[in-house]
Design a protein around this ligand. Structure first.
Ligand code: SF4
Length: 335
């Protein structure tokens, strides 16, 4: 079995999705459109062996166990423990509902999980539950987060919070920032909703122009930064965050945040291996025509094809070489 114990850093994730089942049914979730061979799940041995092999190949020292909802797997503590023993840091990307059971949370932490990544869809139950389409999910996620906070008093436990932005919640971002701040996560991630190209027509009502999102997003980020809270924006190209590129996870992804994926793990027997690797979801991304003029195109993840498909003019403004030179020179002067 590959040994990942020599790998050092948490500066990247091998994201695995051993099971696409979920107890939420989020409006925007594209996993539910995938052909799922649920009864044909990979064995624990296969998941561990292949995950460690990908970690060794990619040099990444951390795995993010995603889904679907990974806490639906009763063997999640064993999976976490074996990946930890294989030398990886272990993160769990969960809706947090199962963590309202303190003993289940403690079992995961005892197995080696030291980071939870939890989506929060709104600052109140009505909208959150409307997005997940599960009544009571807001309360259960809040109870799970409260348990994480309580346990964090005693053990090292990282928490990151993600808020997926779409047409139904894009007007409340500053209020959302106020709601998330008391959790003091490692960072807050505002993630513009990804509509996969293959199914975007079904989700058009979720899409909203970047221009409609940006003022509220920047105000929310300012509020968090002013309160000492790290925050990033995801799936928004750097040129739309001009002057605030430090917020732009897409930019950082291209530079430092390595993510390789086994997202379609449970289809592993039926698809080419290459199709399981989704750095930057590259197969879903593309560039606007004007991007060919952009001086930083090589460092930009581009835009989702779904966004380009429904937007006549995608609002992006290329960087010129002169602009980049001026900004680098200005930075040198101030450093
Ligand atoms: S490549 Fe295109 S989307 Fe990316 S920063 Fe440049 S203009 Fe913007």
């Amino acid at each position: 079995m590959p040994d990942a114990s020599a790998l050092s850093g948490p500066t990247g994730f091998v994201i695995i999705a051993p099971d696409l089942r979920c107890n939420n049914n989020c409006l925007y979730c594209y996993d539910k459109d995938k052909p799922q061979a649920i009864e044909d799940l990979p064995s624990l041995d296969e998941i561990v062996t292949r995950t460690l092999a990908v970690a060794v190949d990619s040099g990444l020292g951390r795995v993010g166990i995603s889904g679907g909802e990974p806490t639906l797997r009763p063997d999640l503590p064993e999976l976490a423990s074996r990946l930890r023993q294989g030398g990886l840091g272990v993160s769990v990307l969960t809706n947090g509902r199962a963590l309202r059971d303190r003993s289940w949370l403690e079992a995961l932490v005892a197995a080696g999980v030291d980071h939870f990544h939890v989506p929060v869809h709104a600052d109140h139950a009505g909208l959150h539950d409307a997005v997940t389409r599960v009544s009571g999910s807001f309360r259960e996620t809040q109870e799970g987060l409260a348990n994480i906070l309580a346990l964090r008093e005693h053990v090292h436990l990282d928490l990151t919070l993600v808020h997926v932005i779409h047409a139904h919640n894009c007007n409340g971002l500053e209020s959302m920032a106020r709601f998330l701040l008391p959790y003091r996560p490692v960072y807050v991630l505002f993630s513009y909703c990804v509509i996969q190209a293959g199914s975007y027509e079904k989700y058009l009502d979720l899409m909203t122009p970047y221009a409609a999102v940006l003022p509220g997003l920047l105000a929310a980020c300012d509020f968090l930064l002013q309160n000492g809270q790290a925050v990033y924006a995801d799936n928004i190209p750097p040129c739309l965050l001009r002057g605030r590129e430090h917020l732009c996870l897409d930019f950082q992804k291209a530079n430092t945040l390595n993510i390789v994926g086994l997202k379609d793990f449970n289809l592993s027997e039926s698809v080419e291996d290459a199709a399981m690797f989704q750095p930057l979801n590259a197969h879903e991304r593309s560039y606007a025509q004007v991007c060919t003029q952009c001086a930083i195109k090589a460092f930009c993840g581009g835009l989702y094809q779904s966004y380009l498909a429904v937007t006549d003019s995608p609002e992006v403004i290329p960087y010129t070489a002169a602009e980049i030179s001026q900004r680098l020179a200005a930075r040198k002067c101030t450093s």
